[in-house]
Design a binder for this molecule. Structure first.
Ligand SMILES: [Zn+2]
Length: 130
């Protein structure tokens, strides 16, 4: 394995973006395999070769910048999904209302009957059935 170590010396190697590219290549090759269009499956090689190119690259700074951008985007995406999931869980126990004054979304526990709500943002008082 000495030649491999020598070969990889000074090269960028693996990071999260490369892993994502490999996964994307894998998923694309499956998905595109379902579509009966000739050569369409070759598209799956795009993320694969990009990943290999990045792995062998000697421009470490540029590659790590790309990875940082990817992680930033990825965390945003993860946060968005997490919020959606929380919201769906919340709907079992809470109802969501929009304040008629400032349009702020308010979360109220379900099954309390008619209650008087004070908006924490603008202070407007209104009544709702929960
Ligand atoms: Zn309000």
């Amino acid at each position: 394995m000495n030649w491999l170590r020598n070969f990889m010396a000074g090269r960028y190697g693996a990071d999260q973006l490369n892993l994502a590219l490999l996964v994307a290549a894998f998923l694309l090759s499956i998905l595109l395999g379902l579509i009966p269009v000739p050569f369409l499956g070759l598209l799956a090689y795009v993320p694969l070769f990009w990943g290999i190119y990045r792995m062998l690259s000697r421009n470490l700074l540029k590659r790590s910048e790309e990875n940082q951008k990817f992680l930033f985007f990825w965390n945003k995406l993860k946060g968005w999904f997490q919020r959606k999931k929380n919201r769906i869980n919340d709907q079992k126990y809470y109802r969501f209302y929009r304040c008629p004054g400032c349009k702020q979304t308010l979360r109220l526990p379900k099954g309390r009957g008619k209650i008087r709500i004070t908006c924490p943002k603008c202070g407007r008082v209104f009544e709702k059935k929960t």
